[in-house]
Design a protein around this ligand. Structure first.
Ligand code: UGA
Length: 435
């Protein structure tokens, strides 16, 4: 059993805290936002993750998991302090903004007592571990500590599943003592997951290199989809054929409207900036970023093109979140595509099973909002699928064809069966197939 303090209760900190408590540790989560901590202390979760609620309640009731705004009480006596605060992109430079992580390091430094591992879970540029080490040593020259890079690979919406089923646990440090503490913490995963102990800078790089690679893989399949549209091949068949090669792998070969979310856009940009900083240009990543941005504009225009015979016609948008299974609209391709369409149309009605409220705070009154897919599609001249919600696979196509003004679907997530849609009388466009 380790005593763990986790600083930051967002998409990384909270599921990690719940998971570590479930593994038998005593976890205290700290956040500056008093409202958030009050809510958590009242037993209310502040974000949705499948399977989290039950573990949260169980571990709070058992006294293994608690929440506070008081850094001192959480850090004093902790074996491990995890930094899980945000590293948002700087609005101008696009570099990761490290002010929160540096402020947290400065604050916690004074409360370290006894040997403590300070583990960075936030995604931070290469070399940040060195900076954190210097900050702590400066504030508290007597502190006995090591700074470890402990990158996080959880996916939003699957964070609890991913916590208990990690592909790998990467521990970045040169300190034997710190490595031992971290290996003890993750001992329950021995035999189930790969452990990789590496230099701190390698570990920091692994996180960015992995996210950037996945973003490039998505960009690659999107580019292949465009090629298939021109060449007469079918991307579904092509992606399947590629994915059967175990060196390529089946995952992350779904073409779509471009990648989004709070991680890939931020991390690819930060990685590109790091390349410039270290004098090693990352051309593949830079191209991926630019092409992913272009793609969203192209997709918006594709929808407008689909209603060119009814330029005033109603566009029904199905899906606003950056991917299925979450209410998160940060950097959602759906939002960027809608913003492009707004330039040409003021007749857009949107629906999402979970993300309507988050989308409202971004799109305001530029679009109309519907309470379900049918309401959105009623009288529409085209329906556009922008997020891969399972509910959209089981849409009652016969009914939609009747209530729409024009039976037309643009499926930018390739969710529907072309045959079924055409049989229901729709004109159907998807990605990576000739019309
Ligand atoms: C991503 C990584 O998958 C996690 O391993 C990582 O820990 C996390 O970022 C992070 O750095 O915190 P996440 O942002 O939750 O996780 O979302 P993904 O499931 O990776 O999807 C990202 C975007 O790519 C979404 O817009 C999704 O729709 C798109 N995507 C994904 C595709 O367009 N095609 C695919 O085949 C897969």
């Amino acid at each position: 059993m380790k005593k763990v303090a986790i600083i930051g209760t967002g998409y990384v900190g909270l599921p990690t805290g719940v998971g570590l408590a479930e593994l038998g540790n005593r976890v205290v989560c700290v956040d500056k936002l008093a409202d958030k901590i009050d809510k958590l202390n009242r037993g209310e979760l502040t974000l949705y993750e499948d399977g989290m609620e039950e573990l949260f309640r169980k571990n709070v009731a058992a006294g293994a998991l608690s929440f506070t705004t008081d850094m001192e009480s959480a850090v004093k006596g902790a074996d491990i302090v995890m930094l899980a605060v945000g590293t948002p992109p700087h609005p101008v430079t696009k570099e990761a903004d490290l002010k929160y992580i540096y402020a947290a390091a400065e604050e916690l430094a004074g409360y370290l007592d006894g040997y403590t591992v300070v583990a960075t879970k936030s995604t931070v540029p290469v070399g940040t571990g060195d900076e954190i080490e210097q900050i702590i040593a400066k504030v508290n020259p007597k502190a006995d500590f090591d700074v470890v890079s402990l990158p996080e690979f959880l996916r939003e919406g699957f964070a609890i599943h991913d916590f208990f089923n990690p592909d790998r646990i990467v521990i970045g440090t040169d300190s034997e003592k710190a490595r031992k503490v971290m290996l003890e913490l993750y001992r329950p995963f021995e035999g189930k997951s790969e452990f990789l102990c590496v230099k701190r800078r390698s570990s920091e790089t692994i996180k960015y290199a992995s996210n950037a690679f996945l973003a490039m893989k998505i960009h690659y399949v999107n580019e292949m989809a465009d090629f298939c549209e021109c060449s007469g091949a079918d991307i579904r068949e092509v992606a399947k054929g590629m994915g059967l090669d175990s060196r390529i792998g089946k995952k992350f070969l779904n073409p779509g409207p471009g990648y989004g979310g709070s991680c890939f856009p931020k991390d690819t940009n930060a990685m590109a900036q790091m390349g410039k900083k270290f004098g090693s240009h990352l051309n593949l990543i830079e191209t991926t970023i630019a092409e992913n941005d272009n793609r969203k504009v192209k997709m918006g225009r594709r929808v407008i093109e689909a209603i060119k015979e009814h330029p005033e016609g109603k566009i029904a948008v199905l899906g606003l979140a950056f991917k299925g299974g979450t209410d998160d609209c940060r950097e959602s391709p759906a939002i960027d595509i809608i913003k492009e369409m707004i330039k040409y149309s003021r007749n857009i009605t949107v629906y999402d099973p979970k993300a309507l409220n988050n989308a409202k705070s971004i799109l305001n009154n530029t679009v109309s909002y519907a309470n379900d897919a049918e309401e959105a599609c009623s009288g529409a001249d085209v329906a556009v699928i922008l997020t891969e919600w399972e509910d959209f696979r089981t849409l009652d196509l016969g009914r939609l064809a009747k209530i729409m003004n024009c039976a037309k679907i643009v499926d930018l997530r390739n969710m529907l069966s072309a045959e079924a849609v055409k049989q229901a009388g729709f004109e159907y466009q998807c990605i990576g197939q000739r019309k």
